[in-house]
Design a protein around this ligand. Structure first.
Ligand code: ZN
Length: 245
C-alpha cells in the first residue's frame, strides 16, 4: 500500500514541479533559507542567535532541518551557527575547503570546495563563485549560485565589492533572483555600488538587498531605496519574511 502511494507521488511530481516556486526566507543579515521547487532546504550564512535583526522565533537552531548549510566565508556574521545546526540536523556544510575542514565534522558532512566547483543537493546545483572580501581564519570568501531544474538560478553574493567577473557569473548562470550585499560601511559595497553592479552585469527579475541595517556601521533601508531609485525589481524584505519567486 505504502509502495503504491509512493509511486503515485512520483507520478505526480513532474506536474507539481513545473509550477513550483523558489521560496526565500530572509533570516536577517546575510542569512536565508531557500526552498527549491522540489522542496530541498538550503540554509545560507546562518548567523541567527547573535543577530539582533533575527526574530526570536528564528534563533533556535533546532527549528532548522536543512538539506545543506552553505557558508560564504568564515566571519562570525556568516558562520556562527553553522556547526551547531549541522551537528543537530546531520546536514552537510558547503563552503571553502580550508574552512569546512576546521569544523571537524564527519567526512559525509564536510562538503568543502573552491571557486568553480559545484555540489548537487537534490534538484539544486550549488556553484561556488568568487567574492571580493576576506575570510580569516581559513580559506577565501565565496558567493553561491543555486541553479534549479526549471532553468532559473539565484545568486547570493556573500560579502563583496563590485567586480568585473560578475559579468561571467551572469553569462554562465543568468541569475533571475539576486540576494545582493548592499552593506557598505567599512566592510563591503555600499548601496550605490551595488545598484551599479546590478545595472552593469545582471538582468534579474528580483533584487533582494541584504547585509544592511544589522549594525549602526552598515547602510540603512533609506540608503538602499535611494540607491535603487524606482527600480521595481527591488524587493526589500523583513527578517522572518518569506517570498516566493
Ligand atoms: Zn559580513
Amino acid at each position: 500500500m505504502r509502495a503504491a502511494f509512493l509511486s503515485l507521488l512520483a507520478l505526480a511530481a513532474p506536474a507539481a514541479a513545473k509550477d513550483a516556486m523558489v521560496s526565500v526566507t530572509w533570516l536577517g543579515h546575510a542569512a536565508f533559507e531557500i526552498v527549491s521547487p522540489a522542496g530541498k532546504r538550503l540554509l545560507i550564512d546562518p548567523y541567527l542567535k547573535g543577530d539582533p535583526a533575527t526574530p526570536e522565533a528564528f534563533k533556535d537552531p533546532r527549528r532548522y532541518k536543512p538539506d545543506a548549510i552553505l557558508v560564504t566565508h568564515s566571519h562570525f556574521d556568516h558562520s556562527s551557527d553553522a556547526l551547531e545546526i549541522a551537528t543537530l540536523s546531520g546536514a552537510p556544510v558547503i563552503g571553502v575547503f580550508e574552512w569546512v575542514k576546521t569544523l571537524g565534522l564527519p567526512e559525509k558532512q564536510s562538503w568543502g570546495g573552491n571557486v568553480g566547483g559545484s555540489f548537487t543537493v537534490g534538484d539544486v546545483t550549488v556553484h561556488l563563485v568568487p567574492a571580493i572580501h576576506s575570510s580569516e581564519p581559513a580559506g577565501r570568501p565565496l558567493g553561491f549560485v543555486l541553479s534549479f531544474n526549471d532553468g532559473r538560478s539565484l545568486y547570493h553574493t556573500g560579502d563583496t565589492w563590485i567586480f568585473g567577473d560578475m559579468e561571467l557569473i551572469n553569462e554562465l548562470y543568468h541569475p533571475k533572483i539576486l540576494l545582493f550585499n548592499v552593506g557598505g560601511g567599512p566592510y563591503g559595497q555600499d548601496p550605490k555600488t551595488a545598484a551599479l553592479a546590478v545595472k552593469k552585469y545582471f538582468k534579474p527579475d528580483a533584487i533582494v538587498p541584504m547585509h544592511f541595517g544589522t549594525f549602526p556601521a552598515l547602510s540603512k533601508e533609506e540608503d538602499v531605496r535611494e540607491a535603487f531609485k524606482r527600480d521595481k525589481r527591488l524587493q526589500i524584505m523583513r527578517p522572518g519574511e518569506t517570498r516566493s519567486f
